[in-house]
Each structure stands twice: as structure tokens, then as C-alpha cells.
Ligand binder design. Structure first.
Ligand code: TQI
Ligand code: CA
Ligand code: ZN
Ligand code: ZN
Length: 160
């Protein structure tokens, strides 16, 4: 079953259309997988997502960061934490640059799109789920690919 962050932070009702941007220098092969993940969430919720080049004013900013990078949540080199995203309405979504990332299912790398689906769930206000098939279920392994589950969609619909 889905969960929310403490206090159930969420985007205001007036903000169903969110923009996302990649910070300069983001690896080009991440753009399509991340954009597909936003599209998948849009198809299953009332949210709309559009990409903007204006990373200063974007609602959501995506980048690859390494080690200590200034937001108080350090990355830890290969293994451990893979990515993080903050609760609404922060909009920060970071991948750990020290991991092996892949656009396609690859047993030796983490799947960019699957991780994005999970982190966007956090960006929208979901915590972790107790349902194994859910994208918000707190287990994820090298090479694994997953999609959205009814539980994830119900979670967003219950929050908004
Ligand atoms: N990153 C954690 C995550 O996204 C960061 C985190 C821990 C977090 N607790 C949180 C973010 C609470 C928001 C709210 O869950 S991770 C998993 C999972 C990670 C972990 O790199 O460790 C997945 C990334 F859920 F399996 F633990 C993706 Cl699916
Ligand atoms: Ca790491
Ligand atoms: Zn960060
Ligand atoms: Zn998580």
C-alpha cells in the first residue's frame, strides 16, 4: 500500500502542469528515458509535464551529481544510494553520477527510466509502498526494470 511524506506535502491544485529541465552538462542519453518516465506519470494522473530549457525557473530540475553536492544529502560512490528526489514542492531530482546507468535493460547497470519513475513518485509526494509490484516498493536491484502499478496511481489520486 502506498504512503506519503509526513504532513502530506503536495503540489498546489493550481499546479497540475509542471515543467522539468536538465541542468547543463547532463548526459544526453538520460534525456529520453527521463522524459518517457514523466510521460508515463502524465498518462496515469492529472499531471502534465513539459520539458523546458529554462532550468532556472523549471519546477523540477534533473542532474547527475557526485559525492557531497550541496543539498545536504551526499551521494556515496558506487552502490548504496542511486538517486534521490525531494518531497513537493522542492523539485530536485539527482542521479548519483558514480553509478553505472543504462538506457536499455542491462544486467550490469541501473535502468535510468525505472529509477526516474520511482523518483518522480517522490517528487509528486509519494513515500514508499508495501506492495511488491509498485514502483514505490523499497527494493531495487541492478538490471531491474519496472513500470507503474495500480497502487502507485491510486496513491497519487488519493493525495490530490
Ligand atoms: N534513493 C532513495 C529512494 O529514492 C532515497 C530515499 C530514501 C528517499 N528514503 C527516501 C527519497 C524517502 C524520498 C523519500 O528511495 S535510493 C529505492 C528503493 C533508491 C532506493 O537510491 O536508495 C529505489 C532508489 F526504493 F528500492 F529503496 C530507487 Cl526503487
Ligand atoms: Ca551510490
Ligand atoms: Zn542531491
Ligand atoms: Zn524511494
Amino acid at each position: 500500500h502506498y504512503s506519503f511524506f509526513d504532513g502530506q506535502p503536495r503540489w498546489p491544485a493550481s499546479k497540475y502542469s509542471l515543467t522539468f529541465a536538465f541542468l547543463p552538462g547532463t548526459r544526453a542519453d538520460a534525456i529520453n528515458p527521463v522524459s518517457r518516465a514523466f510521460q508515463t506519470w502524465a498518462e496515469n494522473t492529472h499531471f502534465r509535464f513539459s520539458r523546458t530549457e529554462d532550468y532556472v525557473n523549471a519546477d523540477i530540475r534533473v542532474s547527475f551529481e557526485s559525492g557531497e553536492h550541496g543539498d545536504g544529502s551526499s551521494f556515496d560512490g558506487p552502490g548504496g544510494t542511486l538517486a534521490h528526489a525531494f518531497a513537493p514542492t522542492n523539485g530536485t531530482f539527482h542521479y548519483d553520477a558514480d553509478e553505472e546507468w543504462s538506457v536499455i535493460a542491462n544486467p550490469g547497470a541501473y535502468h535510468l527510466e525505472t529509477l526516474a519513475l520511482h523518483e518522480i513518485g517522490h517528487l509528486l509526494g509519494l513515500g514508499h509502498s508495501s506492495i511488491e509490484g509498485a514502483i514505490m516498493y523499497p527494493t531495487f536491484s541492478l538490471g531491474e526494470t519496472k513500470g507503474l502499478h495500480g497502487d502507485d496511481i491510486q496513491g497519487v489520486n488519493a493525495l490530490y
